[in-house]
Ligand binder design. Structure first.
Ligand code: 4AZ
Length: 438
């Protein structure tokens, strides 16, 4: 329904109203009013940004110092050695304690040792320190704060390592420099914003699982694809050119020219794509028993390490994980028995299961060889599945990730008392070294 228009006498009423309005909204008042509104909005945005959003950014420093109460050891030069790894963790733990106890405790993210080198009376340490401070803070001011915290901690004399004060140097470095320094170490993951990812504690699954939350969460994961037939297997990047995978992935063909490898959290589109130039299958792989289910594939051109593509660490052959250790398996495999490949990478937290338990008559009845490792849950539910084969089972040791298993076989997926069976990587550490020298 329409309303009938009200008739006004044009001569008086409308004009009076118009004049009054014009008097109230004179240009000066209008300008002041606008200014006041803008100021109020501005202040409100400022307050919200300061207290709620708090626009932090990462600040990186290269720290070098001499430790005088330890002696240099030959193996410190080898970053994959147990000696280097253990010493680095001790030093990183000390740094973490120093900064977490200080007034700006929450500002410290983490640190990574880059190198240990010999010095006259001890060992020279080179390490990267990472902090988050408001983006408005200056690099130099933060440097002063960090130095002050370090000097204060030296005075307390309660540190496990004697740091020589005059040797201590702190140099601000940018994103790229930090990344290139960290690239000298394996198994470190970072988000695209260069924030390191914390150790994940979520329970997630491939069968009944969750999609990976972030790019760069599993940067060593690759998809091995047969040209024309798509994804076949998972694989893990262990150097600029080498992938570690399962021997059974090459049952169809060992001809490298038929294969490609992609990286990134989706199969389509991939973040990086490479041709395969060489395939090395373990000489004692037995398809009937699945024993020695391990293979190496070399890319024709190397991949650059980034936040999205990164190599995983190979564990020392002496590494032993006790039963019920938390480990993660990732892959593009199906989420139900005999289901299709997933375009988005998925992850699952599982637990290692001792071989004696896994070989019980009601489990795998003696089929588990010393080269195999069981992981999952006795009640089932969480597991790798078809298409995850060749992919990594990884273990987080103080924010450095190690590949401990390769998805190999299992009776169906996620069934009770039928956990996933993986190739035990530690058992093949020397085989890998003999083939590719790392
Ligand atoms: C497979 O067919 C496969 N539940 C991979 C892993 C498991 C089972 C089967 C483990 O590739």
């Amino acid at each position: 329904m329409m309303y009938a228009p009200v008739e006004f006498s044009e001569a008086e009423y409308p004009r009076v109203t118009y004049q009054k309005r014009q008097q109230f909204w004179d240009p000066i008042r209008l300008a002041l009013f606008t200014l006041a509104i803008v100021a109020i909005i501005g202040i409100a945005i400022g307050i919200v940004t300061h207290f709620v959003v708090e626009d932090d950014r990462s600040f990186y420093y290269l720290a070098s110092f001499k430790v005088t109460n330890i002696k240099y050891r030959e193996n410190y030069g080898m970053k994959s050695s147990r000696e280097f790894t253990e010493r680095s963790h001790q030093i990183e733990r000390m740094m973490s304690r120093i900064f977490r106890r200080s007034s700006g405790g929450g500002r410290f993210i983490k640190s990574h040792v880059i190198s240990l080198s010999p010095s006259e009376q001890g060992v020279n340490i080179l390490m990267v320190l990472m902090f988050r401070y408001p983006s408005t803070d200056s690099v130099e001011r933060i440097k002063k704060k960090v130095e002050r915290t370090l000097y204060q901690s030296l005075k307390t004399k309660q540190l496990p390592f004697s740091i020589s004060k005059p040797s201590l140097r702190l140099t601000p470095i940018d994103n790229r420099k930090m990344r290139s320094l960290l690239n000298s170490r394996c198994g470190i993951r970072m988000t695209p914003s260069n924030m390191p990812l914390p150790a994940s504690s979520s329970t997630a699954r491939i069968v009944q699982g969750r999609e990976t939350a972030m790019d760069g969460e599993w940067p060593w994961q690759a998809s091995l694809q047969l040209i024309g037939s798509g994804h076949q297997c998972g694989a893990s990047l262990i150097s600029h050119t080498w992938l570690l995978t399962a021997a059974h992935c090459f049952r169809k063909t060992k001809d490298p020219s038929k294969w490609i490898a992609t990286f990134g959290t989706t199969i389509t589109p991939p973040a990086v794509k490479r041709n395969v130039g060489k395939i090395i299958v373990h000489e004692n792989y037995h398809r009937e028993t699945n024993d020695n289910d391990i293979a190496l594939a070399q890319l024709t051109t190397q991949v650059e390490f980034s936040n999205i593509v990164q190599r995983v660490c190979l564990p020392d052959s002496s590494l032993k994980l006790p039963p019920k250790t938390s480990v993660f398996v990732t892959g593009f495999g199906s989420i139900v028995d005999d289901g299709p490949t997933q375009n988005k990478l998925r992850q699952a937290r599982v637990e290692t299961i001792g071989t004696s338990v896994c070989n019980r008559t009601d489990v795998y009845d003696g089929l588990i060889t010393p080269g195999m490792l069981c992981a999952g849950f006795m009640e089932g539910k969480v597991d790798a599945c078809k298409g995850d084969s060749g992919g990594p089972l990884v273990y987080d040791n103080h924010d450095i990730w190690y590949i401990v298993g390769i998805v190999s076989w299992g009776q169906s997926c996620a069934l009770p008392k039928k956990p996933g069976v993986y190739t035990r990587v530690t058992k093949y550490r020397h085989w890998i070294a003999s083939k590719i020298g790392i």
